[in-house]
Ligand binder design. Structure first.
Ligand code: F6R
Length: 352
């Protein structure tokens, strides 16, 4: 059942600390600072393609970034756009990221890759799924069953599993601080859930004409995911952009009844540039809801601030995303939408 929650989605959002702990268990070792995934070494994989749809594509975009940062050339593709020409004569390792393991578009992309001689890995939540059976190897994200059509805990678990994969694949030495940050993540997600205070903001903005999400670097996939979640369950118009793209067009959309949700974590160059984008938005009269760890002084340019704890910059998006999930949830609740079963959508899409 829903364990006292009004919807499976809210229950599953709250299950994230447990899901993430399970994802890490016996894989990320705090004592000897290593990552062990029980996979065969992928020796030929000097280049990686990730294929996925929807929310899983956002996890794939994130995973590709973490891999690239570890020195592994990696690129994410929307599965339905992946074909022989994308492979361009190369045989990369192809990772299918799919919660259900049954998404036709993703299975199709994996079959295309295999037909071209590529090695394949399924990153999935579903043991024995078609993706797990058809790929050479499977890495389970261990989020547990997800009933809500909108993916929540499985997205977090996919990101974490891909992060662990990136560290494992690029073997050499893993910074002990990164291991600590990974191991602290479940408790930090719990603290975001415990301290969350999104309902009143959701009530204030539920009738907005549109919602825009901006993020840079590791926060970019989560900006896309925040918009997808919101549109799925509220039926309102939402779009995510790389923060820097705003001035190349979308700035024309800024209005006082269309909030911009800005992800500003850390105090590095990306965060500082994003803060500049926040200023541009605010001076155009759009309300700003900032999700921040408070390392930069975002507060003076934002109408509202949603706080997350400090962590490694590569893990901050997983914390910020919890606030975005709750924002989508509470706006949908306010609008009286059927949150667990949005119109026109299915949990598993088995047609191309
Ligand atoms: C979004 C959502 C969909 C799925 C997509 C891929 O909340 O649920 O966008 O993420 O259909 O599904 P899987 O991961 O099962 O391949």
């Amino acid at each position: 059942g829903k364990s006292g929650y009004d919807h499976y989605m809210l229950k599953e959002i709250h299950e994230q600390p447990r899901a993430l702990r399970k994802c890490l268990r016996e894989r990320v070792d705090g004592i000897d600072g290593s990552v062990d995934l029980d996979l065969d070494r992928l020796d030929d994989a000097d280049r990686i393609h990730l294929v996925a749809c929807g929310t899983s594509y956002h996890a794939a975009l994130y995973g590709a970034q973490v891999l690239r940062e570890r020195g592994v050339p990696a690129q994410a593709f929307v599965a339905s756009e992946y074909d022989r020409t994308t492979l361009a004569g190369e045989t990369p390792l192809v990772i299918g990221v799919t919660q259900s393991g049954e998404t036709a578009d993703t299975l199709g992309a994996l079959r295309t890759a295999r037909a071209a001689g590529a090695e394949t890995l399924a990153v999935t939540n579903t043991v024995g799924s078609t993706a797990a059976r058809e790929c050479d190897q499977a890495l389970y994200v261990r989020a547990g069953p997800e009933i809500g059509v909108a993916a929540t805990k499985t997205f977090a678990s996919q990101q974490l599993a891909l992060h662990a994969f990136a560290l494992w694949h690029s073997a050499d030495s893993i910074d002990p601080e990164r291991i600590d940050a990974l191991r602290s993540l479940p408790d930090q997600v719990q603290s975001v859930l415990d301290d969350a205070d999104v309902e009143s903001i959701a009530a204030e903005y539920a009738d907005s004409s549109a919602f825009f999400f901006i993020g840079r670097g590791h926060n970019h996939p989560v900006a896309l995911e925040g918009a997808l979640k919101l549109k799925e369950i509220t039926y309102e118009h939402a779009e995510g952009f790389p923060a820097g793209e705003l001035k190349h067009g979308p700035l024309a959309l800024m209005e006082d009844d269309a909030p911009v949700i800005a992800l500003v974590t850390g105090d590095g160059e990306r965060a500082r540039k994003t803060l500049n984008n926040v200023k541009e938005v605010q001076s155009r009269g759009a309300p700003v809801i900032a999700v921040t760890d408070g390392r930069l002084d975002v507060e003076q340019y934002a109408n509202h601030v949603l706080t997350v704890p400090e962590t490694d910059p590569t893990l901050a998006p997983l914390l910020a995303n919890v606030q975005l999930q709750l924002l989508a949830y509470w706006i949908a609740a306010r609008l009286g939408r059927p949150i667990d079963k949005p119109r026109h959508l299915a949990k598993s899409v088995t047609v191309e």
